[in-house]
Design a protein around this ligand. Structure first.
Ligand SMILES: NC(=O)c1ccc[n+]([C@@H]2O[C@H](COP(=O)([O-])OP(=O)(O)OC[C@H]3O[C@@H](n4cnc5c(N)ncnc54)[C@H](O)[C@@H]3O)[C@@H](O)[C@H]2O)c1
Length: 469
């Protein structure tokens, strides 16, 4: 009898919490409910004393003093690129392995930079973040360490630049947003692909209306990692994918699409659906390396997102099967089309390109890619101001052909000049939350999942993506 009363009591409390009436059925232990045929994640209210970071600019920092955390395959490249930037000091280097720190000390020595302080061990990042002579913490650890380190750094007054994806769950995305808003520290995700030469040029063309109204965009991370699985520290990446379904690495494909569609700058992501294939190659690799009999991540995952302004975005993830590297990057507009992989090309309606730009005698039709000379003329005419400024040096310094250096250059340029960063904490959250949202859709037979509004209603406050100079 007592147990029955307890059960009814719990049910009533549950109804009260969910607004009763059966409109919403929370799943025990999950942070989402079902509302009007959609899965809706809980959206925490903004705490008192916390303010939006939209358009946030910190005071200018004439010399940016930086500490690097995570010096495996990715980190040393960042250290090396920073030695080519003016107005930076590298104060600290941190990793789990002494040998990785030593390797980066050699990079500094080779570039004529003073030796940095070394920090080694799983908690050593705390000591680095606690220093009072550091402005920026640059994080390139495995994914599950991103948020704990980023939060600790912001709590200790540091701006943060964090590798992709910035966060591994919706709750972690809110943690980054809330910490950044509370501490008034930048939290920029290091999404480098938005600075690649085709993407940024296409963005410039899109912003100047060359494609008409964009109605659909595509992006992907299709990269067979079979040559890399053995190289990740303690097998962190295969281990993560073994446990997590969905598009766990969406930001390279998704970020450039969101920029072209002005997400949280007059537009927003409304909901997504996701469908994934079974796991065959992923499971086989995990059997071999981990003795696993299960693998959560499908070999190929497709996610479709609908925006407030009525556009669709398709993103794909496949790091398992033999395929050429592909980030897709397509913009489909009412008057034109851009496509990056497997070949870079544009298609336009006749009359869409100014005669001043077209080489003599060039013909445009809306069924084919423009000829190579027209493409090159467009790439030159619409070269983004950021590339005009730094392309040559970026190509010399390198990092995925130069885009990584463009990213670091812009980060430091904006900090030097006290400007808003190109990517804010809401971009980091929107692009990273795709992992858990897509997994949740897939788990519920591709049910729609609402994308949280990390700006808490302010997505229409800024109009259009702008880069600060
Ligand atoms: N933007 C890009 O193009 C790009 C390319 C490659 C990797 N990445 C990202 O870079 C990050 C690192 O990837 P990777 O390939 O270098 O992996 P990795 O395994 O080679 O390196 C990770 C490093 O983090 C260190 N680490 C882990 N926990 C730590 C802690 N608590 N304190 C200090 N160091 C710690 C490890 O010792 C290791 O050296 C990932 O987030 C990945 O997604 C981005």
């Amino acid at each position: 009898m007592k147990i029955k009363h307890l059960f009814i009591g719990c049910a009533l409390i549950g109804m009260a919490l969910t607004g009763c009436c059966g409109a919403s059925n929370p799943i025990e232990g999950e942070n989402y409910s079902f509302k009007d045929g959609m899965i809706v994640f809980d959206e925490p209210a903004r705490a008192a004393g916390q303010e939006s970071m939209l358009g946030f600019a910190a005071d200018p920092i004439p010399v940016v003093r930086v500490g690097f955390i995570g010096l495996g395959m990715r980190g040393p490249g960042a250290v090396q690129r920073f030695t080519h930037l003016e107005g930076v000091e590298i104060k600290g280097l941190c990793d789990l392995e002494q040998s990785n720190v030593d390797n980066c000390q050699r990079i500094l020595e080779g570039a004529g930079f003073p030796k940095a302080e070394s920090y080694v061990g799983p908690e050593a990042y705390k000591e680095l973040c606690e220093r009072d002579d550091i402005d920026l913490i640059y994080i390139a650890t495995d994914w599950v360490n991103h948020v704990p380190i980023a939060v600790y750094a912001m709590e200790h007054g540091k701006h943060v630049a964090v590798e992709v994806p910035a966060a591994t769950s919706v709750a972690e995305c809110w943690q980054l947003v809330d910490t950044s808003e509370r501490t008034r520290r930048h939290c920029m995700m290091l999404e480098n692909c938005v600075y690649d030469f085709f993407e940024l040029t296409s963005l410039n063309m899109a912003q100047q209306g060359l494609f008409g109204e964009i109605v659909h965009a595509e992006g992907a991370y299709i990269h067979n990692l079979s040559d890399y699985w053995d190289s990740y520290h303690n097998n962190w990446r295969l281990d993560f994918n073994q446990k997590h379904r969905g598009d766990v690495y969406a930001t390279h494909g998704f970020g450039p699409c969101c920029q072209a569609l002005n997400i949280h700058r007059g537009n927003k992501l409304n909901y997504l659906v996701c469908m994934d294939s079974k796991s065959v190659n992923g499971l086989e690799k995990a059997k071999e390396k981990m003795g696993s009999t299960e693998f959560a991540n499908g070999d190929h995952t497709v996610t479709l997102v609908k925006t407030e302004q009525g556009q669709t975005i398709e993103i794909q993830h496949n790091v398992y099967t033999p395929r050429p590297y592909n980030r897709l990057y397509q913009l489909t507009g009412t008057k034109g089309f851009a496509n990056k992989y497997p070949i870079e090309g544009f298609t336009f309606m006749p009359g869409q390109i100014s005669e001043d730009i077209l080489p003599e005698g060039a013909q445009i039709n809306q069924h084919d890619f423009v000829s190579n000379d027209v493409r090159l003329a467009l790439m030159e005419a619409y070269k983004h101001p950021i590339h005009r400024e730094i392309e040559e040096k970026a190509k010399q310094v390198g990092g995925h052909g130069g885009m990584d250096f463009v990213m670091d250059y812009r980060l430091v340029y904006c900090l030097h000049n006290g400007l808003p960063l190109d990517q804010d904490v809401y971009d980091a959250a929107e692009w990273s939350c795709i992992g858990e949202l897509s997994a949740t859709s897939a788990k519920h037979n591709s049910m729609p999942v609402a994308v949280p509004d990390f700006t808490r209603g302010e997505w229409n406050k800024l109009q259009g993506l702008k880069f600060a100079y």
